[in-house]
Design a protein around this ligand. Structure first.
Ligand code: PEP
Ligand code: MG
Length: 889
């Protein structure tokens, strides 16, 4: 029979799929001999079975009962025992951490009798009553479906009537009254009584946690984090320990290193006389861990030792939750901690220096996405002025937006295209949609481990939390700073998540230290650590990667920058970008030419301009390959818009005058060239085959640029690429013309000009007939933008805004196929083309130049597919280098 329950002494960290992250790590800590309150874990498999059938898997409860009996035996007390009750916590714990997204129920086992026993055993009636009301509150909302705000409201009313501000000022009698109010509330709203049987409480709590896997918050979080919907959550049942038993008790959260910067040193927040949930919720402001050293040096020393043990054991930054119950330290959770991009790089380098991990492991622990984040600009400190407020720098980056005070508005205004900053006293999991919609999150309460901080860091969202001098008035939709400045909703502020500061207005941005380093080999002093760490990761990636990285660049400046970023050539030079601006007139003349002679004259004027463009790029990439693509877009893109023209002519005529003759000619031409589906029309190789002289002019410009560079002593390596080929005969016809023109140029210049001729593979037919095409092509470059468009039948220019969000919501795909390569469909075509192309021509050079060339997941795919290089925009080049290295590990 399948086993559904494991004691903490039976599991281990390698069982996270089955026991969830929390359960596996609790078991690991138990095995390491750390002080973990005993307990057991119900598996994710049990959850999946429950969710699939709506009922408990057979034998589940017998297993739970057996483990409970063992737990009771070891504690010497029974669950809910009237004179001295054993109490339990029931917590979710999925394979991947989903902070605060699912349910937790504490103090299971309390009822009208055992609350008295707890009062006696703990020596504190207030504590016992408070624990009981917490249980009813959590159970009532999570299990019985009563709106959580009804409990909050009842609590607020009680505090109001007693004239107190904080929960801690309520007396035992107040709390006993509150218990009755809560029980009445539940009965009124559900027609049911709060269950007095501890076993019932346990059973219903467990099932509610299973169900919370499919709660709205949890689903939204998974979609955002690309976590699969079918994993299910494990449930951990554990003996309660109490941090709220007086000043010698407390709860805290700690990191073995600073999760924002990666720098060494214990880091965390502590809240004396509180339960763990109070720390994470950011309800009261915590004190730094150093304060614990003063309050309870013995516990602090033990905590330090345990954390050192954990970091050495996991060989990574760990975060932990702990509770001190009357001077006894308990470890309640550990996991490899979430960290900022900066911390990931710094930590990887430091752990490698300390010999805890190898250089390859260090590389595996950083990511291209993280690097991209570090390349973003930050605020110009000299232009920032005085901060409106300062808080904890919880998640780095620079963001500007209009302040909004609730999630619904954040979502609404962001959907309307506005950049917003979500401001809250503290966030709860219900704020997740607003956090996703906002550019930044700002809270007035809570530390680096508060919900806002943890979630924002996980998403890479800018966050400043615990800006205590701010008074946030959500109802009035305004905040007030320490000096009395009032900031109303809609006011633009700048949030610096790296410095923990908030400024009025929109502060200008400057380049990040990492970009400066990538550009010119220098960073600034303050950023040394992260710059060095990035340099080391990139250098390791360059050592191990097999894929070359080239850049998509159309100007000498872009080519030069890409080269500084480490590009090993240009993989795509889009020549159409050279026909814009001033030159558009020349292109117009070429298109509109009534005679061959007129067209030749227009082409002859374009020739020197193109030659100069190519010479500049070849010089910037001297010695490295430069793949120049012949003109690709439909020609009407260079002509005025049909509607604009028609309106202009009609307006002139309506005024009683004559329309401009040029406009009238143009309108005729534009009408003649109009296509219903231009992306499937006269473009790519088709242009070269039907517009006389176009290919010859472009190839001549390339050939003459190469000859010129050779004469100047350079080492130009131009490659000529033909777009949108679907059949080998298209390529053969164009190829013949290319070679003829190059031969002419060689003869005229006296310099041998020889350029490889290859093709883009961007139509399914090209991929499926790649073996034939390779007979003519000396290289392939996958144009995965068009290949995705033509494989899916999605217009790349239209779809993203409209039905893609519905497709993402409905889970048709987890991420846009224009962003991350669709391995199953487009990827399969890539695989076929690689295999058949290489079979026909074993030395066929193969690359990719669609946007996917700079996307981390796609880079891993291209590595596996056996490509020779990826080509991407200059700013993605470092990202692609890093990911190509990681793919090779
Ligand atoms: C492509 O289609 O992937 C490509 C690189 O070409 P373009 O984006 O210019 O169509
Ligand atoms: Mg294309």
């Amino acid at each position: 029979m399948v086993r559904h329950v494991y004691d903490f002494t039976e599991g281990g960290r390698d069982m996270a799929d089955l026991l969830g992250g929390k359960g596996a790590n609790l078991a690991e800590m138990t095995r390491l001999g750390l002080p973990v309150p005993p307990g057991f874990t119900l598996t994710t498999e049990a959850c999946r079975a429950f969710l699939a059938t709506g009922g408990e898997p057979a034998g589940l409860w017998e297993e739970v009962s057996a483990h409970l009996s063992a737990l009771e035996a070891s504690a010497g007390r029974l669950l809910g025992q009237p004179d001295d009750p054993l109490l339990l916590s029931v917590r979710s714990g999925a394979r991947f951490s989903m902070p605060g997204m699912m349910e937790t129920i504490l103090d299971i086992g309390l009822n009208d009798d055992s609350v008295l026993g707890l009062a006696k055993a703990s020596g504190s009636e207030r504590f016992a009553r408070d624990s009981y009301r917490r249980l009813i509150q959590m159970f009532g909302s999570t299990v019985m479906g009563v709106d959580a705000s009804s409990f909050e409201h009842a609590l607020a009313v009680l505090k109001g009537s007693r004239g107190v501000r904080d929960d801690v000022d309520l007396t035992a009698t107040d709390l006993a009254g509150l218990v009755e109010t809560y029980k009445d509330l539940i009965h009124r709203e559900t027609g049911e009584h709060f269950p007095q049987s501890p076993a019932d409480q346990l059973r219903r709590a467990v099932l509610a946690v299973f169900e919370s896997w499919n709660g709205e918050r949890a689903r939204l979080y998974r979609r955002r984090e690309h976590i699969a919907d079918d994993l299910g959550t494990a449930v951990n049942v554990q003996r309660m320990v109490f941090g709220n038993l007086g000043s010698d008790s407390g709860s805290g959260v700690a990191f073995t290193r600073d999760p924002a910067t990666g720098r060494p040193g214990l880091y965390g927040d502590y809240l004396p006389d509180a339960q763990g949930e109070d720390v994470v919720a950011g309800i009261r402001n915590t004190v730094p861990l150093s304060e614990l050293e003063r309050l309870d040096p013995a516990s602090y020393a033990r905590l330090r030792t345990h954390m050192e043990t954990l970091e050495r054991h996991y060989r990574d930054l760990c975060d932990i939750e702990f509770t001190i119950e009357r001077g006894t330290l308990w470890m309640l959770q550990t996991r490899v901690g979430k960290r900022t991009a900066e911390a990931a790089f710094v930590l990887a380098a430091e752990l490698a220096d300390e010999g805890l991990i190898t250089p390859d492991e260090a590389l595996a622990r950083v990511s291209g996405e993280g690097l991209a984040r570090l390349m973003f600009p930050r605020f110009d400190a000299s232009a920032a002025g005085t901060a409106l407020a300062r808080g904890v720098p919880a998640s780095p980056g620079a963001a500007v937006g209009a302040v909004v005070f609730d999630t619904a508005r954040a979502v609404r205004r962001a959907a309307a295209g506005e950049k917003v900053v979500l401001v809250r006293q503290e966030t709860t999991p219900d704020d997740l949609p607003g956090m996703i919609a906002a550019q930044a999150v700002l809270t007035s309460r809570g530390g680096k481990t508060s919900h806002a901080a943890v979630v924002a860091r996980g998403m890479g969202k800018v966050c400043v939390c615990g800006a205590e001098e701010l008074t946030v008035d959500t109802g009035a939709r305004r905040l007030t700073t320490a000096d009395g400045t009032v900031v109303e909703e809609g006011t633009v502020v700048s949030v610096d998540g790296s410095a923990g500061a908030v400024y009025a207005g929109s502060v200008p941005l400057v380049d990040s230290a990492v970009i400066r380093f990538l550009e010119d080999g220098r960073g600034d002093e303050g950023a040394r650590g992260v710059v060095d760490a990035v340099a080391r990761a990139l250098s390791r990636a360059d050592t191990v990667r097999r894929l070359e990285v080239r850049a998509n660049a159309d100007t000498p400046e872009d080519a030069a920058r890409a080269r500084r970023f480490g590009a090993q050539g240009v993989g795509l030079c889009r020549t159409e970008h050279m026909f814009l601006g001033e030159r558009r007139k020349l292109v117009e003349r070429m298109i509109l030419a009534g005679t061959d002679a007129a067209r030749d004259r227009a082409l002859a004027e374009l020739l020197p301009l193109q030659r100069q463009d190519f010479a500049g790029i070849l010089e910037a990439m001297d010695g490295l390959p430069v793949t120049i693509r012949l003109l690709d877009p439909p020609l009407h893109e260079f002509l005025p818009d049909l509607t604009d023209l028609a309106v202009r002519i009609a307006a002139a005529e309506a005024r009683g005058g004559e329309a401009d003759a040029h406009d009238v000619d143009m309108l005729t031409a534009v009408r003649r060239m109009h296509e219903e589906n231009p992306m499937l029309g006269l473009r790519g190789v088709r242009l070269g085959l039907v517009v006389p002289g176009l290919v010859a002019m472009q190839v001549r410009a390339i050939g003459e640029a190469v000859a010129g560079r050779l004469r100047a002593g350079g080492a130009p390596r131009a490659e000529i690429m033909v777009p949108l080929v679907g059949d080998v005969r298209e390529l053969r016809l164009v190829g013949e013309e290319v070679r003829r023109v190059l031969a002419d140029v060689s003869r005229e210049s006296g310099v041998t000009v020889d350029c490889p001729v290859g093709t883009m593979i961007e139509l399914p037919r090209a991929a499926l007939t790649a073996g034939r095409i390779a007979e003519e092509a000396e290289f392939f470059s996958f144009g995965t933008n068009d290949l995705t468009q033509t494989t899916w039948g999605f217009s790349r220019d239209d779809v993203e805004a409209e039905f893609f969000s519905a497709y993402l919501d409905k889970g048709v795909f987890p991420v846009s196929p224009f962003e991350t390569l669709d391995r199953d469909g487009v990827g399969r075509l890539v695989g076929i083309a690689v295999a058949e192309g290489r079979a026909a021509r074993p030395d066929l050079k193969i690359g990719v130049c669609g946007e996917h060339g700079g996307d981390p997941d796609s880079v891993h795919f291209f590595h596996g597919a056996g490509l020779d290089y990826v080509s991407c925009s200059p700013f993605r080049v470092p990202v692609a280098r890093l990911e190509a290295g990681r793919a090779a590990l």
